[in-house]
Ligand binder design. Sequence first.
Ligand code: 5GP
Length: 186
Amino acid sequence: MRTEEGGAALHPDVERVLLSEADIHARVAEMGRQITRDYAGKKLLVVGILKGSVIFLSDLMRKIDLPCEIDFICLKSYSGQSSTGVVQLLLDLRESAEGRDLLLVEDIVDTGLTLNYLNQNLMTRKPKSLEICSLLDKPDCRKVRVNAKYVGFKIPNEFVVGYGLDYNEKYRNLPYIGVLKTPARG
Ligand code: 5GP
């Protein structure tokens, strides 16, 4: 078990670090370079899925060396540590998606229900293209198929927090991704 992350003490509720700040930053830079190559000559509309993607999105955007716009959409499917299975749209895009090259940015794909819902919803708005970029992927939990073109890390079926990911709105500001201790999960 690691007790430190980048010289700082580990949060007392975190059992272990799964991905360090350095691991995350290196991978995000690589993803930015790949997206820059793939979208050369296009005008990207980057769509962040609130709230979990905000930290990933803000780091990723600065590694995309192309003109790009940003918009947000807010969905809810989780309560505490489990997916409710019902996806609710809480906030819609302000930009029109029609004819745009959309890149959906998500923190983690778990059951796939959120992205499946969003993919179907956004395709009805006739974008020119629609791709998914997720920092994390838990492939063992999938209930519906999701084609994410860009995935940062595949991780085991454990509940993780940090770098934007929460547990009941806590821990989003941890700079690393870690597994919570059991008592912290109440
Ligand atoms: P899905 O619809 O794919 O089951 O779930 C996607 C959403 O569930 C993510 O955007 C995230 O909010 C939440 N989620 C899934 N797994 C985890 C996890 O391990 N940790 C946290 N904090 N949220 C998760």
